[in-house]
Design a binder for this molecule. Structure first.
Ligand code: DX5
Ligand code: ZN
Length: 226
């Protein structure tokens, strides 16, 4: 069984000390840097744009997992590849020609992800599941950090895992929003491979320790108790 990946969401970092917080993630047991891009149209918030991503890329030593919460993401696929994104996730709800978008992401040498809003049924991924590297289940409505975890996420993760197995696909399941030590184990049990956490990591006194504990608890659990 592969180990759980932890992807701290830099949206919860202290932007006045961005380099410090990126270096904290570099030093920690985290696996990826999660980067949330919001356009104020697809979601009711604007996060940060290309100059900030460029700065993150200059300091980060781990893969850059970019989550686009924007309309018409096709316009920016090349730009994010040039900025150093290794994983690029678009929203199912924002893509009219999702299959084409996925191919365009891969053509730029990045891993392709598709995110689903809380109301979107996982079975809608059936016809592209073998084409995508990551399926990201939103466990809050996208747009803001620090929201409460939506409980029906466990069932969605479980159903998605079933779909992946039935399809003989190797897609990884990422869960994003309100993740903490209380729901992490059940998410892994349901089938999650990657946990994104923002507030839970950055709002603690010792984020390195929080990451270490989150990682250890899910790994121990996935190896010995599944
Ligand atoms: C929400 C973003 C998340 C967010 C998670 O729209 O996609 O990545 O930063 O933050 P927390 O863990 O605080 O819910
Ligand atoms: Zn995100």
């Amino acid at each position: 069984m592969s180990k759980t990946k932890i992807a701290p969401s830099l949206l919860a970092a202290d932007f006045g000390n961005l380099q410090r917080d990126i270096e904290m993630v570099n030093k920690s047991d985290a696996d990826w840097h999660h980067i949330d891009i919001m356009d104020g149209v697809f979601v009711p918030n604007i996060s940060y744009g290309m100059p900030v991503v460029k700065t993150i890329a200059e300091h980060a030593t781990k893969p850059l997992d970019v989550h686009l919460m924007i309309v018409d993401p096709d316009r920016y696929i090349k730009t994010f590849a040039e900025l150093g994104a290794t994983h690029l996730t678009v929203h199912y709800e924002a893509c009219t020609h999702l299959h084409r978008t996925i191919q365009a992401i891969k053509a730029e040498g990045m891993k392709a992800g598709v995110a689903l809003n809380p109301h979107t049924n996982v079975n809608l991924l059936k016809n592209v599941i073998k084409d995508i590297d990551i399926a990201l289940i939103m466990s809050v409505n996208p747009g803001f950090g620090g929201q409460s975890f939506i409980e029906n996420t466990y069932e969605k993760v479980y159903n998605l895992k079933e779909l992946i197995k039935e399809s003989d696909a190797s897609t990884l399941i990422e869960v994003d929003g309100g993740v903490n030590s209380k729901n992490a184990k059940a998410l892994i049990k349901a089938g999650a491979d990657i946990l994104v956490a923002g507030s839970f990591i950055f709002k603690t006194e010792d984020p390195i320790k929080t990451i270490q504990e989150l990682k250890k608890s899910t790994d121990r659990w996935s190896i010995f108790e599944l």
